[in-house]
Design a protein around this ligand. Structure first.
Ligand code: SAM
Length: 215
């Protein structure tokens, strides 16, 4: 999702600076819980938050959880911020940040759950290392997750989904809730993303799995 750059967003997003962080926050590494009202709550992190349908909905349902949404594009982060503000969510922080550098942001064991929803498939084989579920990324997530941490993954892309299952298997992440038709299954799907609504609206199946941090 590449949006045409909208210069007014640079200014407009400042309205949300109480919960949107535009600069890297290395100083908060290992201390993210302290920025929330409830510092003992679990921390769930979405990578590639987009326009925020998913995080704003899930954080509304789970007020007992702290959420961080990570998105590299300011142009979409603005819309995510708008949704979180409209829902008066105090349990969400949004970061303009590149997920490739997560280890500068979080300390080992700091995150309880990652969500990766409809990440860019990078279909060319030579770009496989850029996929957010490439094994190099999985190893990083494993270091940042708590012992009982999980990754929840959704995609519309069959090639990316099969690749992701292979990568999880290669790194010995136990898998559950694996389905090639999330909406036709009885797996709980509490919040839809923008891409999910779009592709399922076109009649396409949604692929999903949960991977547990390897022992
Ligand atoms: N998750 C949303 C959804 O399901 O509707 C958006 C999906 S869109 C295909 C992928 C999103 O991930 C884009 O908004 C893109 O800017 C963001 N993204 C891609 N690579 C990223 C990275 N390395 N770090 C943070 N965000 C990234």
């Amino acid at each position: 999702m590449r949006l045409r750059r909208k210069p007014w967003i640079d200014e407009a997003i400042r309205e949300y600076d109480s919960f949107v962080y535009l600069q890297p926050q290395e100083g908060l590494k290992g201390r993210w819980r302290e920025v929330f009202d409830n510092p003992t709550a679990p921390l769930w992190v979405e990578l590639g938050t987009g326009k925020g349908n998913f995080i704003s909905r899930l954080a509304d349902i789970h007020r007992e959880v702290n959420f961080i949404g990570i998105e590299v594009q300011l142009g979409v982060l603005y819309y995510a911020a708008k949704k979180c503000a409209a829902a008066e969510l105090t349990n969400v922080r949004l970061l303009r940040f590149d997920a490739a550098f997560l280890e500068t942001l979080f300390a080992p064991g700091e995150v309880d759950r990652f969500f990766i929803n409809f990440c860019d498939p990078w279909p060319k084989k030579r770009h496989a290392k850029r996929r957010l579920t490439y094994r190099g990324f999985l190893d990083r997530y494993a270091r940042l997750l708590a012992a009982d941490g999980e990754i929840h993954f959704k995609s519309d892309n069959a090639g990316l989904f099969d690749f992701t299952l292979e990568e999880f298997n290669a790194r010995h992440w136990p898998l559950s809730e694996v389905t090639y038709d999330l909406h036709g299954s009885d797996i709980l799907n509490e919040a839809m993303t923008e891409y999910e609504a779009k592709f399922s609206g076109l009649g396409q199946p949604i692929f999903h799995c949960v991977a547990a941090k390897p022992a």
